[in-house]
Every structure is written in structure tokens, then in C-alpha cells.
Design a protein around this ligand. Structure first.
Ligand SMILES: Nc1nc2c(ncn2[C@@H]2O[C@H](COP(=O)(O)OP(=O)(O)OP(=O)(O)O)[C@@H](O)[C@H]2O)c(=O)[nH]1
Length: 447
């Protein structure tokens, strides 16, 4: 049989026919082009003689086994990447191609020959390497993703736990102030669960009197993408009320627009009430709860400027109890306090709510009456004050009476500034006191 018939040149693999003696009988054109040696030149050579010293010894071994024992074998490129020194045609000798070799025993004419099939797997190996690299990359990405997901889950759990334990109310709301998240504390503060308030702006839950101011502030924060901060009184559905401070920062969506706010709600009832108490204490007398001297003088200054603008008249009354020391001396300091409180209440009740009454000093009181155009009215008021103060005061174990002296100063007749008006009223009061004492001797007496 013509060997050339067995080794067609048209196939895209290398074929080498090796005789029983291990010498090359023929190879096809595919090998010629990659080995740089024609089939005629290779005829009768061993593989080492044809290819030189770079033939992998395992090729010779499996060929020997095929010839001697009729075994077939494959040399996988994974283990033997380049068993023969073959080079891509036209590529020079720079890069050896990777090969996969099949050795098949051929019992021909009573002797064993063997057919060596050589495949160029350079591209396959390259693709495999690329695939391996991509698989490695994918594994690394997957690992990173898994880690990121675990971290996300952990951070979500951390946030959920923190939100659950947080002593402050935490909330998230959209730009329309509809809540999308409330932690447990916030639900406690509002007295309602998220399901009950979702879909409605939380501002609608506030008393009507607070809504306009808080809504305006919320809209401003949305428009200017700034922090929202408001304090308001809140009434829960069960009727209990508290003072709350809400603070929130803007949250932007992917397009950079304000998608909502996330923030805190704090119960500041104690703080608020303490501040209110402090403010009251700073402006009022502790014994009688009337305005104190400082606050009264500030009001007086403001009232004078107001009256000046509208050409109004003000009446300033200075009231001093007569012989009040005698009450302290005779009945004790507590009794004196009782008298001061009673007098304060009585003077307050004689006047209109818009008139100001202050405890000016120990047993001194000051009154400011706006719209005091009619002197007759002022006289009437002074008369009522005298009368009210002079009523018996119950000390528990007895009653006492106390009289008072009243001095009057009118703006603008007797002065146009606080000092001159107070001075005038003070002098007028002393004048009245002297007259009273001259008329009646001691003024405070047991009943
Ligand atoms: N119980 C009591 N006494 C006070 C208080 N503040 C001042 N006093 C007393 O009020 C008395 C005022 O005495 P005076 O200024 O002499 O006044 P008065 O005894 O009314 O004498 P005249 O004003 O001249 O009629 C003093 O004994 C003060 O100790 C107070 O908060 N409580």
C-alpha cells in the first residue's frame, strides 16, 4: 500500500508513520511545514534524528510501546505541552506550538507500525488559559461580591439592632414628609406604628396650631437641601402630650434630587419645661409670681416707645404697703409672705389682663396701665386697689388688714422715660403715704 495514500496532505493535523524499527516512514505536509524538513528527508530517521534533542522522551516511549505491544496512547497537552519541536508555519522559530499527540498502533503486513497524530492546540491552550484567567477573575469577583454582600448584611443587621436599641426616635420620610421608616422608639414617641402613619405626612399628626410653622420649615429644608430642625408640642392619640425636637438631614436619590430626610425625634419635654420654668423664674418674682422688677422695667421701656408712636398715655402706679414691717414683727415672716401673696392676687384681679403688675421690691408693687387717657378711670382703679388691699387677710390663726399708698405717674405728663416716670410715681407714693399716716397713724392692724 502506498504510504502516501494513508497520509493525506489535506487534513489539518500532522501525521507521522513510524515503522517497526522506530524510524520514520513518512509524514505529511502538515509536519513538513512545521518541522522544516520534507518527508523524503525524514525517511529512515528516528524522531530524535529528525527533530533534534528537544523531543520529549515520553513520545519515544509511547511509540515504542505501540510498536512492541500494540498499545495506543495520547500525550495530553496539559502534561506535555510541546513534545515535538514544531513551529507555526511562517512564524519563525520564536514560538513553539502546543501539541496534543495520539499514538496508534497499526498492525500492517505482520509487523507493527504506528501512526502519530499531532494536533496544534496552541489556540485551544491560549483559549483555555484565557478561560482559566476569566474563571479566576470571576471567582475573585464572586468572592468580593460575597464578602460585600456579607458586609452589607452585617451592616444592615448592625443598623437594625442599633435602630432597635437607640434611645432616640429615628425616622426616614420622603420629601412629602410621609414616613417610610420608624424605629421602635419613634413609634413609642408618636404613639403609633409605621403602618398607621405611612402615606400621611407626619406633620399632619401635629396639633393644628403647630402644623403651618413646621410644614413651612420642612418645605424650606426640601427646597434648599438643608437640615430640618424644629421643636413642637405633640399630642399622642391617647391624649398624652410631649415636646419633641425633630432634626433631619436630606437624602439624595441617584439623580442628586432630594428624595427625603433621615433624622431623629427626641422627647425634650423635661428640657422644655425646665427652660420654661427658668424663663419664668428669670422674669417673675418667686413669692407672688408677678413680673419682677427687671422684666417690668423692660416692659415699661417698650410700652413708652409704643405709646410715643401712637400718642397714647400710660399710667404708672407705685404701690407700697403701709407698716408692713409690723406684720412681720407681730405675726412672723411667713405671715408677711401670705400678706404679700394676697395683695399681689388682689391687685392683679382689680386690673385688666393687659395691664402689667410687678413686685418691685419687698412690699412694693408697680402697675402699668396702657390707654390711660381718662384720669378719672385711673382714680377709680387706684380706689379699687386701695379697697381690695384693705380687705382682711386670713393668716390662719387670725385676720389682718393692711393698707397701701399709691403713687401715680402719667406718660408723657410726668416723664417720658422709665427713670423719670418711676421717680415721679415713687415720690407721689411717699406723698400719699405721708398723708395717710398723718390721717390714720399706724396702717396695718389685726382685725
Ligand atoms: N415677709 C416678708 N417680708 C419682706 C419681704 N421682703 C421684704 N420684707 C420686709 O418688708 C419690710 C419692709 O419694711 P419697710 O420698707 O420699713 O416698710 P414698711 O414697714 O411697710 O414701712 P412704710 O413703707 O414706711 O410703711 C421689711 O421688714 C422687710 O424685711 C418678703 O419677701 N417677705
Amino acid at each position: 500500500m502506498d504510504c502516501c495514500q494513508l497520509l493525506p496532505d489535506c487534513v489539518d493535523i500532522g501525521l507521522i508513520l513510524v515503522g517497526q524499527d522506530g524510524r520514520i516512514l513518512v509524514w505529511n505536509r502538515w509536519i513538513e511545514e512545521r518541522a522544516g524538513l520534507s518527508s523524503e528527508q525524514a525517511l529512515g530517521l528516528t524522531l530524535s534524528e529528525a527533530f533534534g534533542p528537544h523531543v520529549d522522551p515520553r513520545v519515544a516511549l509511547v511509540i515504542r510501546e505501540a510498536l512492541d505491544f500494540g498499545w495506543s496512547a495520547r500525550l495530553s497537552h496539559a502534561l506535555h505541552p510541546m513534545p515535538l519541536p514544531l513551529f507555526p508555519p511562517g512564524g519563525g522559530r520564536a514560538e513553539r506550538m502546543k501539541q496534543s499527540i495520539d499514538v496508534t498502533s497499526l498492525p500492517l503486513g505482520g509487523t507493527n507500525q504506528c501512526l502519530v497524530q499531532v494536533r496544534d492546540v496552541t489556540e485551544t491552550v491560549r483559549r483555555e488559559a484565557l478561560l482559566k484567567q476569566q474563571a479566576r477573575q470571576l471567582r475573585a469577583d464572586l468572592h468580593r461580591l460575597t464578602r460585600a454582600q456579607t458586609e452589607l448584611q452585617r451592616s444592615e443587621m448592625r443598623f437594625r439592632e442599633l435602630a432597635r436599641q437607640a434611645p432616640a426616635g429615628l425616622f426616614e420620610a420622603d420629601a412629602q414628609a410621609c414616613c417610610t421608616f420608624l424605629n421602635e422608639r419613634c413609634e413609642q414617641l408618636l404613639g403609633q406604628e409605621l403602618v398607621a402613619v405611612a402615606g400621611t405626612p407626619w406633620i399632619n399628626l401635629l396639633p393644628f396650631s403647630e402644623q403651618t410653622r413646621v410644614r413651612k420649615s420642612w418645605c424650606q429644608a426640601v427646597e434648599s437641601a438643608t437640615r430640618f430642625s424644629e421643636e413642637f408640642r405633640f399630642t399622642r392619640p391617647d391624649g398624652s402630650y410631649l415636646w419633641m425636637r425633630a432634626e433631619a438631614g436630606p437624602l439624595r436619590d441617584e439623580s442628586g434630587r432630594i428624595g427625603g430626610f433621615i433624622g431623629t425625634m427626641l422627647d425634650v419635654t423635661d428640657l422644655h419645661e425646665r427652660a420654661t420654668r427658668n424663663e419664668f423664674r428669670a422674669n417673675h418674682d418667686g413669692l407672688t409670681s408677678l413680673l419682677n422688677r427687671d422684666r417690668f422695667e423692660r416692659h415699661l421701656r417698650a410700652a413708652i416707645s409704643g405709646a410715643r408712636e401712637v400718642s397714647d398715655r400710660l399710667a404708672l402706679l407705685f404701690i407700697d404697703l403701709d407698716d408692713f414691717k409690723g406684720i412681720n414683727d407681730n405675726h412672723g415672716h411667713n405671715a408677711g409672705d401670705t400678706v404679700l401673696k394676697a395683695v399681689a392676687g388682689r391687685v392683679r384681679r382689680v386690673l385688666r389682663s393687659e395691664d402689667l403688675v410687678a413686685r418691685y421690691g419687698g412690699d412694693e408693687f408697680a402697675v402699668l396701665i396702657a390707654g390711660a387717657g381718662d384720669p378719672h378711670n385711673i382714680d377709680t382703679i387706684i380706689g379699687k386697689i386701695n379697697q381690695a388691699v384693705a380687705m382682711p387677710i386670713n393668716l390662719g390663726h387670725c385676720h389682718v388688714r393692711v393698707a397701701c399708698s399709691v403713687g401715680l405717674a402719667v406718660f408723657p405728663d410726668h416723664g417720658t422715660d422709665p427713670a423719670s416716670l418711676l421717680n415721679h410715681a415713687d415720690k407721689a407714693m411717699y406723698c400719699a403715704k405721708r398723708t395717710r399716716c398723718a390721717d390714720s397713724g399706724s396702717s396695718s392692724e389685726p382685725v
